[in-house]
Design a protein around this ligand. Structure first.
Ligand code: HEM
Length: 430
């Protein structure tokens, strides 16, 4: 007997390895079977795989709130239960108290208009184009030093030795974190990802998550105070001094924004770089074409974003009774916006499963759309372009014989956790 759509969605939620590796057939089946929208009992949400419906939701934040974009009920209840038990541990009591206060705070990806509009106005300048242009040489130099560490070997894990590190080093520099604290910073970033798509986190995981948020706040409160006293021309100073019409952001808004820059910026860009590396190591014709004409790299990056979107899907919740293409939706019901699925909707583009850098236009929603359109997309595109060029410089790049695809343990984010490659060793760089 074949599994029902809902059984297959449950398997995705349970992080079935096959579905994490390739959810595409499931998404097509949901899109085709659901006229016009599919309610999944397993997920407790409407599963939106159609580009048209996804767009309808994204442009209507008054009806579709973002106050709970990554957590289903399944996740929130275990956290609340675990937090209750963890609070009894004396050294964790203060951290849990702050965590509870914080969960009521709404910042950027967990905020709705009008707060969200105010926060974006205050923070948009942190990623303004001239700052990104000025960063380009630094991204290139970090990239070169990462490549130099493995180039003579002729072999590397491009995820762990490159794709994880490039965004991490860049964002830590931009936030004023010193190099010797990078490992701590990486630990926080990993812990912040615990609630992202992990349906049932353990008590130890919830403890790490709460503890890391506490430590992060302590660390950045000091840095923010320093930059308020002595602003510099950097991202952390922009956040520290962000204001709208003379009104500063609150402390919780600043901390929330910084946490999101760390989390939303790292895992996603790592995934994109991993997908780029995989494509280059497996499609020789494309690699030769790009190597011969580097002007094609930006179009290649856009197609990588569309074809394997790093964010599989995020939640919205209905603030009032509404409908999805005529299907009634009650206030309080969730929708899971499957960005990666909408990018492969045949209504968006022809032959969507094919990887084609000549697509024009390429109006993917890998960075979302509307109010919450990714604030860091310029940085991500810069790092991806530099990364793709660096990988194109590895002669005769191929997948290593012992490479086996392995994917992140999440139904919210989709990306490889390793990418073993071989290439002709490079002994002299530069
Ligand atoms: C390839 C890399 C990236 C991808 C695919 C990506 C994807 C997304 C998506 C789909 C959204 C919209 C979420 C929604 O509508 O609920 C979003 C928002 C966001 N992204 Fe990214 N992102 C990437 C890189 C970054 C970077 C580098 C940063 C910061 C350093 C960042 C920070 C954020 C923040 C703070 C938001 C929330 C914005 C808001 O709600 O106003 N992202 N991103």
């Amino acid at each position: 007997m074949t599994d029902s759509l809902d059984d297959r969605i449950r398997r995705l939620l349970d992080r079935d390895e096959e579905l994490l590796a390739s959810p595409w057939q499931l998404f097509d089946d949901v899109r085709e079977a659901s006229a016009p929208a599919f309610y999944s009992e397993a997920m407790g949400a409407w599963v939106i795989t159609s580009h048209r419906l996804l767009h309808q939701i994204l442009v209507d934040p008054a009806t579709w709130s973002n106050c709970s974009p990554t957590a289903t009920y399944e996740f929130r209840n275990p956290v609340a239960e675990h937090a209750h038990a963890i609070e009894k541990e004396p050294e964790m009591a203060e951290a849990v108290r702050r965590f509870r206060n914080r969960s009521r705070g709404r910042v950027l990806n967990t905020a709705d208009p009008p707060e969200h509009v105010r926060q974006r106005r205050a923070l948009n300048r942190a990623f303004r184009p001239d700052r990104l242009r000025a960063l380009q040489p630094e991204v290139a130099s970090v990239s070169e030093s990462l490549v130099a560490a493995f180039a003579p070997r002729g072999r590397a894990d491009l995820v762990q030795e490159y794709a994880v590190l490039l965004p991490m080093v860049m964002i830590s520099r931009m936030l004023g974190v010193s190099e010797d604290e990078l490992a701590v910073f990486k630990g926080w970033s990993d812990d912040f990802a615990i609630p992202i798509g992990r349906a049932r986190p353990s008590r130890d995981e919830v403890r790490s998550y709460i503890k890391s948020e506490y430590e992060f706040d302590e660390y950045f409160s000091v840095l923010v105070e320093q930059r308020q006293a002595e602003p510099r021309d950097d991202l952390i100073s922009d956040v520290a001094n962000a204001e709208v019409d003379g009104e500063p952001l609150t402390h919780e808004e600043r901390m929330g924004a910084l946490r999101q820059f760390l989390l939303a910026g790292n895992e996603t860009t790592t995934t994109l770089l991993g997908n780029i590396g995989h494509r280059l190591a497996t499609d020789r014709g494309l690699r030769d074409r790009l190597a011969a004409d580097r002007d094609l790299v930006p179009a290649f990056v856009e197609e990588a974003l569309r074809h394997e979107g790093p964010v599989t899907g995020l939640f919205r919740v209905a603030t009032r009774d509404t409908d999805l293409g005529g299907e009634p939706v009650a206030e309080g019901e969730f929708a899971w916006l499957a960005f990666a699925a909408a990018n492969r909707d045949p209504e968006l583009c022809p032959v969507p499963h094919e990887f084609d850098i000549a697509r024009h236009p390429n109006d993917h929603v890998a960075f979302g759309y509307g109010e919450h359109y990714c604030i860091g997309q310029g940085l991500a595109r810069l790092e991806a372009t530099v990364g793709a060029n660096a990988m194109l410089d590895l002669p005769n790049l191929v997948l290593a014989r012992d490479h086996r695809d392995a994917f992140m343990d999440s139904y919210i984010l989709r990306g490889r956790t390793r990418l073993l490659v071989g290439f002709d060793p490079i002994t002299a760089l530069g």
